[in-house]
Design a protein around this ligand. Structure first.
Ligand code: SF4
Ligand code: FES
Length: 358
């Protein structure tokens, strides 16, 4: 078994935004249960000793933690990237983070204009993002934009890439919605059409021929009948530390019926190598048919465990995204028609529908 090379540190599930595809679990962890400063610093030191090279300091919104610079400083020896909505980023705060060793910033954007972005984010925030992008570029740190794509912004791929260029990003990640957690709750509203996806993919290929900017296209998996090698395999290359100290092989894994170990109780090295949760779906021995006899099992690892569990109630089944899965009808049925209204993320779970996106 190799050491993990990346760690997602979810410092908090608190967030000023309310995106309906949020990758945080539907049952968010309250602020009072968060790890303290010293605990995060210890976890980062353990991660460095374990071999982690890259830490994504994320949330929720990590800027809500007043001790953020202390935590970043604790990640010495690890390439540290801040993943942020940009809300609350000031020149002073950024200087403090740069001084603590921050190496890059990934800024989320919800749409190409204030009207669309703010509607999807569930609050006014586009102007904060624009200002945050300017501060990051002025600081000399590399800026990346992260844009989750769905029915309400896929047609604007050109404008989104133009926005990334105008804001000085060196990289833009166009991540088609993965339907877990909040996105699964909002699947009907977020699901794009096949034509939208095909057109957007063609636009991305065209842009790649004529820009130096790195453009990442995270493939959707409901449409082409193939399972993706989710997380690069369960417990294979990365780990996620939740705000309350639980450690998961996947940031979307909270709902799986596994006893996720906690850094408050166990060393990170034991969690990675020995814990039952990290070994549950490692390798291929756990697989059943059709995966167990399939030649692609060493490439896609049977697809996504979270999706298999969310759609079938059994995390050891073949990902329904695969056309060979007996459950494939679950991703090709009526849920793929789009439309509907958003249920925005909230600590009180579903806080009631808001007006539909244009
Ligand atoms: Fe991958 Fe399993 Fe489908 Fe084979 S059957 S392609 S291993 S998900
Ligand atoms: Fe968790 Fe795919 S999202 S394994």
């Amino acid at each position: 078994m190799n050491p993990p090379w990346a760690m997602l540190a979810e410092l908090t599930h608190g967030c000023p935004l309310r995106c309906p595809y949020c990758s945080n679990p539907a049952q968010l962890i309250t602020r009072s249960r968060e790890l303290e400063t010293g605990e995060w610093v210890r976890v980062l030191a353990e991660a460095a000793a374990l071999g982690v090279l890259h830490a994504h300091i994320s949330g929720g919104e990590p800027l809500l933690r007043n001790d953020l610079a202390e935590i970043v400083a604790g990640a010495s020896g690890i390439y540290c990237q801040l993943v942020t909505s940009g809300v609350g980023l000031t020149r002073e705060r950024l200087a403090e983070l740069v001084g603590a060793g921050l190496r890059s910033v990934q800024l989320s954007v919800q749409g190409p204009s204030a009207a669309t972005s703010d509607l999807i984010a569930g609050r006014t925030s586009f102007a904060d993002k624009e200002r945050a992008a300017r501060l990051v570029v002025e600081s000399g740190l590399p800026l990346g934009l992260n844009i989750v794509l769905h029915r309400h912004n896929l047609d604007a791929v050109d404008e989104l890439i133009e926005l990334a260029a105008a804001w000085g990003a060196s990289r833009v990640e166009l991540a088609n919605t993965q339907f877990h957690g909040w996105a699964l709750i909002n699947r009907r509203a977020l699901m794009p059409t096949r034509d939208q996806l095909a057109a957007a993919r063609a636009r991305v290929e065209d842009w790649r021929r004529r820009t130096e900017m790195e453009i990442i296209w995270v493939v959707p998996d409901y449409f082409d009948g193939t399972a993706k090698p989710c997380m690069g395999g369960w417990g294979a290359i990365s780990l996620t530390v939740a705000p309350d100290g639980r450690v998961l092989p996947c940031p979307a894994g909270y709902d799986l019926p596994l006893d996720f170990p906690n850094v408050r109780d166990h060393p990170l090295r034991w969690i990675w190598a020995e814990s039952p949760a990290f070994n549950a779906y490692r390798g291929t021995a756990w697989m059943r048919e059709p995966c167990s006899g399939c030649p692609r099992r060493h490439e896609d690892f049977g697809g996504c465990r979270c999706q298999a569990y969310a759609l079938t109630g059994d995390a050891s089944r073949t990902d329904p995204a695969c056309a060979l899965s007996p459950d494939h009808h679950l991703v090709t049925g009526p849920a793929g028609d789009g439309g509907g209204e958003f249920a925005h993320r909230s600590f009180s779970r579903l806080s009631g529908p808001i007006p539909p996106c244009p």
